[in-house]
Design a protein around this ligand. Structure first.
Ligand code: 4AD
Ligand code: MG
Length: 451
């Protein structure tokens, strides 16, 4: 259908051609002399309006009620100019074949089912406009991600899913035994990875610029609209780079992928603009074109202390910024512009971040966007062996288990930096969806792993 209707004149150049459409029946309107059938094949949002006369081969199946909403069909016909106002062209059917029947219990009949209801029908929700559009935009964002890094000379590295190290040191790992019913991983404890960063660092300190893009896991029991137990992360790692290079790369990446979907997913983006978040196209256009705000953590805290706004969590230098603070900063203080906050207190950040000269802060950065808060988290890594060993001891982490990570500082260490983009938060940002569970085909959060 996208092949016929996706062009600039919405299919008018195809008038007179014979085509075959294979897809699923969305609606059926039987009138006395003619039947209108909307078929969707998922290639785009638009349906193909099929016009069936009793002379069409196979019409008896429509007449007898065998072809109903949800059924899969194969329709052959001629593209003609449409009399209706909703589309430029339609299909005048010569032949229709019922490929797979649909039981009358088909649950996608209801017009505009709620997204909560559709989450209980995750196996069928891609048949709806919203979820097919999300799937296509998610795909375009993944494609643009690879395209951006490949065009800039990064090598894609696969990081492992099973690991013994806790990258973030936050104790949010799922033990493998809970997943595959081993007592342990062949005699040693192993977990599902929370991040591919440490592995990416080993490749960055050999191949220069690399990135990972794969599933990661967090055992945080947070039932929020921004957290999943299983989510995808994009983690570039840049060798011979500092925090400024890192922030510049994150900015260029975000602007590139946003521009890509605005240019390549016009129909789906118009849909989100109308039905999910009014004005999202304009807001994303600004993101793609305007400079992001940058400020230090210390300045951000000062800004939060100065406002009259009441927060649930009080603010003081040294506290972790809560999502209400992050949202205030990007939504109210800077009018919806993405904001990068840098140089956080070392106490609230991971062990591997490079200590700044003030001895109190680390070269970390978070990129915040409206509605969602933290979309990207990154840092310059501690490349100095002595500092890193000291930090591991200070945090009482098991230094021995990081021997391989420390080796990278022992043999030709270089300044390097990287960041992690939560892919589902990116999809959420790009589509305007309120809940992160609607951005991934099969969401995994506490209590949901049925299919
Ligand atoms: O800030 P985080 O924890 O950073 C890291 O894991 C680093 N190792 C990244 C790096 O420097 N290579 O996670 C990075 C991003 C967050 O900014 C957020 O967008 C997303 O991952 N994220 C989640 N997304 C969905 N559900 C969750 N439970 C998430 N936790 C983090
Ligand atoms: Mg973070």
């Amino acid at each position: 259908i996208a092949d016929v209707k996706g062009g600039p004149n919405e299919g008018l150049d195809r008038v007179g051609q014979t085509v075959v459409v294979m897809g699923w029946v969305r609606t059926l309107r039987l009138q006395s002399s003619v039947t209108f059938m909307e078929v969707n094949d998922g290639s785009c949002l638009s349906n193909m309006q099929c016009v069936l006369n009793p002379e069409a081969e196979g019409y008896d199946q429509v007449d007898s009620g065998s072809i109903v909403t949800g059924a899969s069909v194969c329709v052959q016909g001629t593209i003609v100019e449409s009399q209706g106002s909703k589309q430029k062209v339609e299909l005048k059917v010569n032949k229709i074949v019922l490929v797979g029947q649909s039981d009358p219990s088909y649950p996608m009949q209801k017009k505009r089912a709620t997204r909560e209801f559709l989450r209980t029908k995750a196996h069928l929700r891609p048949r709806t406009n919203t979820f097919s559009a999300v799937a296509r935009v998610r795909n375009a964002l993944a494609y643009a991600t690879h395209k951006f890094f490949q065009e800039n000379g990064f090598v894609w590295v696969s990081s492992p899913i099973i690991t013994a190290s806790d990258c973030e040191g936050a104790g949010e790992q799922f033990s493998v035994m809970t997943i595959i019913l081993f007592q342990d991983f062949f005699g040693k404890p192993a977990f599902l990875t929370v991040s591919g960063q440490l592995n990416a660092e080993t490749y960055a300190t050999a191949l220069s610029d690399v990135y990972t893009f794969g599933p990661t896991f967090r055992a945080e029991n947070s039932n929020t609209s921004r957290h999943l137990a299983e989510f995808w992360m994009i983690e570039p790692e840049l060798a011979f780079a500092d925090l400024n290079d890192d922030m510049a790369c994150a900015t260029a990446y975000l602007q590139y992928v946003v521009r890509h979907i605005l240019e390549n997913c016009k129909e789906d983006m118009e849909f989100f603009n109308t039905w999910i978040e009014k004005g999202i196209i304009d807001r994303l256009t600004d993101v793609a074109e305007k400079e992001f705000v940058q400020l230090t953590y210390t300045d951000a805290v000062e800004l939060l202390l100065k406002t009259n706004k009441k927060f649930e969590f009080p603010v003081a230098w040294g506290c972790d910024l809560q999502s209400e603070h992050e949202r205030y900063i990007t939504e109210e203080a800077f009018g919806g512009c993405p904001v990068i906050i840098r140089d956080y207190p070392k106490e609230i950040k991971a062990f591997y971040m490079r200590q700044n000269d003030d001895g109190k802060t680390v070269a970390a950065m978070d990129l915040l966007v409206p509605r969602i808060g933290e979309l990207v988290g990154g840092s310059q890594r501690e490349e100095r062996l002595g500092y890193l060993e000291y930090r591991l001891e200070e945090l009482k982490l098991n230094k021995e288990s990081y021997w391989w990570y420390l080796d990278l500082r022992r043999y030709g260490s270089v300044p390097h930096a990287g960041f992690g983009v939560g892919f589902e938060r990116l999809v959420q940002f790009a589509t305007g969806l309120e809940n992160i569970r609607d951005t991934i085909p099969f969401p995994r959060s506490p209590g949901s792993a049925e299919f």
